[in-house]
Design a protein around this ligand. Structure first.
Ligand SMILES: [Zn+2]
Length: 69
């Protein structure tokens, strides 16, 4: 055999996929693993409390109002 691949032998996992097993179970496990990885990264990245935007817009309006006077 020229191409030696790891096989999960009936117990698919993302780890076996990275080792070379491409059975349906391992592909699915890998997909789920990737999705979860993405989800955790997104959760960590959604940290946007920006009350500054509203404040900034308010200030711009105040400047315009001040100019008209
Ligand atoms: Zn497999």
């Amino acid at each position: 055999m020229a191409n030696q691949r790891a096989t999960c032998k009936g117990s698919p996992s993302a780890n076996y996929y990275s080792n070379g097993c491409r059975c349906a179970g391992c592909r699915e496990a890998w997909r789920v693993f990737k999705e979860e990885d993405k989800a955790t990264k997104n959760k960590r990245g959604t940290k946007r409390d920006t009350p500054m935007v509203e404040h900034d817009a308010f200030t711009r309006e105040q400047i315009l109002a001040a100019r008209e006077l």
